[in-house]
Design a protein around this ligand. Sequence first.
Ligand SMILES: Cc1ncc(COP(=O)(O)O)c(C=O)c1O
Length: 475
Amino acid sequence: MPGTTVPTPPLRSLLGEAPASDRTRWLTSRLVALTTEGRLPPGTRLPSERRLAEELGLSRGTVVHALDAARDRGVLAARQGSGRVVRAARDGAGPVESLTARPGALPAGSIDLRATVLPPHPRLHEVAGEAVDTITDDPAWGSVPAEGLPELIDEICAHYGRRGLPTTPDQVLVTTGAISGLHLALRTVTSPGARVGTENPGYPNTARVITAARRRVVPLDVDPLDPGALGSGALRPGAAHGETLVRAIGSGALDAAVLTPDFHNPGGRLLGDADRSRLLREAARTGTPLIIDETLAGMAWRPGVLPPAPTASHGAATLLVGSVSKMLWAGLRIGWIRTSRELADSLSRIRLGVDLGAPLLEQRITARLLAGDSAVPAQREHIAATYEVASAGLCELLPHWRWREPDGGLSIWAGGTRRPAAELVRAAGERGVALSPGALFSPSGTGWPHALRIPFSGRADDLRRALEVLAELES
Ligand SMILES: Cc1ncc(COP(=O)(O)O)c(C=O)c1O
């Protein structure tokens, strides 16, 4: 098989630092992860065993065993001469081993910082009551068109109108939250085995959606905290977030991308207007459909940070996936897709094989709460105050951690933990504080070993207590 040899220094930084023990297993799992993610594409020739051993500071025996194990797991071809070549994945989908599907209940009194959940919209109780009162008056006896309740679709069109993107009802499909929207969008614009770019680090369930749909995750590295430098005190800035995305789309090597340009999870980065336009132009030029996760688009709580315009223009095929999980209430489980009429037609057909629509009451409540929405979340004061607790606590209690101020959103991405993040999270769990380690935010489940996500959406007291526990564990 032809292919270029990957030079050793980039391979070394892709692999990360070898642990003190169990190095064969470590090298095998890193090679499997990198090939599955597409970071070592099929046809790539690895350096010779001798070179690899020298460069990685491992024994030749360790390298040979690891390469053989990676071959047995189907990601490397049998040995040819002195090097090994990456094989095409057998079914185009690799496991996302990092995700715990059923995280389980925490002991009473625990502080749960694993998700970014906000208090419900202040008018939820009143509006839910009104929606219940309409049940028996409904002439359709509760049956709803699969594409969505017309009154909600009208409000979604108005929501985009206010954000400067004229939208008609036949461009909208209501879904059960953003995740089902991402899944439907992906199935509409790609086929099994497709190469789908997404940010790394990124929201863990995005990678899960891509692999569950039997597409391949192509991680787009957007981390400002370079993993090679974390923990060593010498922080190097990573490649600029926008530039990475623009280049990836401009390369034409992706079949689609699922991106979160609006207050990216976990780091809260907002893509600037210029990068957004370049991204859309490159998507149009290369014919790469963009699935834009707008779940956090309303989370513009910082004074002076304007809510972003929708990522749609310049002739690019875009599927905007919205959700009310943050801006109204996580319990509603309502989302939508806004796209072209043609794609909305295809989406509707595919959707009928998935479910027959989102629940009526939740759609009605959403329609009423969305009416006249401002782009700023109702919980703006709560978020700004909790963020203050997070940032002050990090500076005071964990001054050796590195993090960048978020532009908005609901979490801080912090690196530079003294102990490996997985170990820190385990120890914090024993002290009643549940957190997500950095590895959860990499598609392979093995990246960012010294990083954590700190959400600031919950209760301020809990957050302060959690930071105190982390500081004790890090001292
Ligand atoms: C970027 C992003 N997308 C999607 C979701 C999940 O959205 P939903 O609850 O609407 O499925 C989240 C939740 O935190 C998120 O941060």
